[in-house]
Write a protein that binds this ligand. Structure first.
Ligand code: AGP
Length: 536
């Protein structure tokens, strides 16, 4: 169960029922106003048994039901806020399933005397290639050999049938050419989901209902050890700056494959944070098992419910980013940074950070989806730059402070989907050797969105220009001083230094994507790579 609310246990498992078990509902997505609906329905006598948002759907439709199931659904759906794909059955209508979608994929498969529904056609493509995509708020009434679709006003909707291609994987990409591009563009929504019902505006802090560490356990934390691999390690590195800057707790960030072979020194009051999108990365799981032998508490940051890591950890915060199909990690990285930023805020507000500081930080977080959308809206400008630079075989990515791990992530993205030799470096380190590689054949992507160290970065870039190195700057709008240094500038919306990794990373993801596309690479499934490295 890929859950957004409530632990993955039996009582929270789907389907969910109304009080009298007349209705069964399964749901993918998030009902954002579930709290208010739950309160109203409880006042009408509904008895809730689970911690999920989904259960309100069953009680709400049952509340409207007076014999006409379609009508009850048409009355209930407009009251649901959020993103959802729903399927439901009713005891008095055993021959039909009703399905509805809003901002979440839902596909109907039309077979021979059988009909299928799923969020992803891969689930039934071996039985039929005839499909119907449900659009927002269309209600499908499905029988074994009949499909009728209506809108919420009971107006019949003409359905358009499609035939999915033999490589049925295409289906879930919607109108995107690759899963990777779809997932890059999902980030305003995935970041919104990562924040949902975890911010406490009145007190300028964050809250995770998945963490059942008590307040004193979190207050007792004196040091933090982060374990991860690849992109997740980069997210952990960004988090180390956030936690140290905001909560003033020392952080050690370790690559799991190295750490698992150390004889770890784990002082008391250490909290271990294990970051893994898949929750199946063998090195991270092994490192966690080793560290548990030293009796440390482990908090997992993961995107897959029920994965091995979530069962090894003492608690788990889920990304809610939705399945990430592209082998290179995109939306998981930004959701990891957002979740870890919320965690840093919670730990800081438990200590010395003021309410006003906390509220200002929350405001920075909550404007991220729109800032990310602004970068996505300029994809065409980034694509033009990518085409000009796609032939180079070597790149540097440079940044300072929060932009250093952001550079590492940008370089990894380009490496893994375009096969270009790209290396991320702390900008101040270039003069200690790597600058020997700079020439007209080795461009540099400069991550400039760190005001605190911007002037220092400028001098590093001038050293590169003096050696005929080309510079592609990713900078916050209206930043001065780049015009005579950068050969290209990718402007991004300004934010606080602590959160600049998010808009900057959207730009580096798009740059890597369009360079790889220009080079004809297989972006969703790059050579030699697997989505989760379940082996050593
Ligand atoms: C990132 O684009 C890569 N796919 C890879 O580095 C990945 O981040 C790493 O294997 C860790 O995977 P995990 O987050 O599932 O543990």
């Amino acid at each position: 169960r890929w859950a957004t609310h409530g632990k993955p246990n039996k009582v929270n498992a789907h389907p969910h029922f109304d009080t009298h078990h007349t209705l069964a509902v399964v749901h993918n997505g998030i009902i954002e106003n579930h709290d208010a609906l739950r309160r109203d329905l409880k006042e009408k006598g509904a008895i809730f048994v689970s911690d999920t948002d989904t259960e309100v759907i069953a009680h709400l439709i049952a509340d409207f039901y007076q014999g006409d199931l379609l009508k009850a659904v048409q009355q209930a759906v407009p009251l649901l806020k959020g993103a959802f794909a729903i399927a439901l059955m009713h005891r008095e209508h055993p021959d039909q399933i009703i399905a509805i979608a809003h901002e979440t994929p839902l596909i109907v498969g039309i077979g021979q005397d059988e009909t299928f529904i799923s969020s992803d056609a891969n689930a039934f493509s071996q039985y039929t290639k005839e499909v119907v995509y449900l659009n927002n708020d269309e209600i499908a009434v499905i029988k074994a050999n009949k499909l009728d679709v209506y809108d919420v006003h009971n107006k019949p909707v003409a359905v358009e049938r499609h035939r999915i291609s033999e490589t049925s994987g295409d289906i879930a990409k919607g109108h995107f050419e690759t899963y990777t591009l779809k997932e890059i563009h999902e980030q305003p929504r995935s970041i919104h989901n990562a924040l949902l019902s975890r911010t406490v505006e009145d007190y300028g802090t964050a809250f995770f209902d998945e963490i059942d560490f008590d307040h004193n356990e979190l207050l007792a934390v004196k040091r933090i050890l982060i374990l991860a691999c690849g992109t997740s390690w980069h997210a952990g590195y960004v988090a180390s700056y956030l936690i140290e800057d905001m909560a003033r707790i020392p952080v050690q960030v370790e690559i799991s494959s190295e750490y698992r072979y150390k004889n770890p020194i784990v002082p008391p009051d250490t909290l271990v944070i294990a970051i893994s999108q898949s929750g199946e990365t063998a090195d991270t799981i092994a490192a966690v098992k080793e560290i548990k032998a030293k009796a440390a508490k482990v908090l997992a940051i993961c995107n897959v419910q029920g994965s091995t890591l979530t069962r090894e950890a003492d608690a788990c915060i889920f990304l809610r980013a939705g399945p990430e199909i592209g082998v290179c990690s995109t939306k998981a990285f930004t959701s990891q940074v957002v979740v870890l930023a919320l965690f840093s805020l919670m730990m800081a507000r438990m200590r010395h950070m003021s309410k006003q500081e906390g509220q200002a930080f929350l405001e920075g977080l909550q404007t991220l989806p729109e800032k990310v959308q602004q970068v996505l809206d300029n994809s065409y400008l980034i694509e033009e730059i990518a085409k000009k630079y796609a032939h180079y075989q070597n790149f540097f990515f440079l940044g300072r402070r929060y932009m250093y791990p952001t550079s590492l992530e940008g370089a990894l993205k380009l490496k893994e989907i375009s096969y270009i030799n790209a290396n991320g470096y702390p900008a101040g380190e270039m003069k200690h050797g790597p600058i020997a590689l700079i020439n007209e054949d080795c461009p540099t992507v400069a991550l400039c969105a760190n005001k605190f160290t911007f002037e220092k970065l400028l001098s590093n870039l001038m050293e590169i220009k003096a050696r005929n190195g080309k510079v592609i700057a990713i900078a916050e709008q209206d930043e001065k001083g780049l015009q005579n240094i950068a050969d290209e500038i990718i402007w991004i919306p300004p934010t606080i230094d602590e959160l600049a990794a998010i808009p900057s990373t959207i730009a580096t993801q798009l740059l890597a994507y369009y360079i790889a596309k220009e080079r004809g690479a297989d972006i969703d499934q790059p050579r030699n790579l697997a989505k989760s490295v379940t082996v050593e």
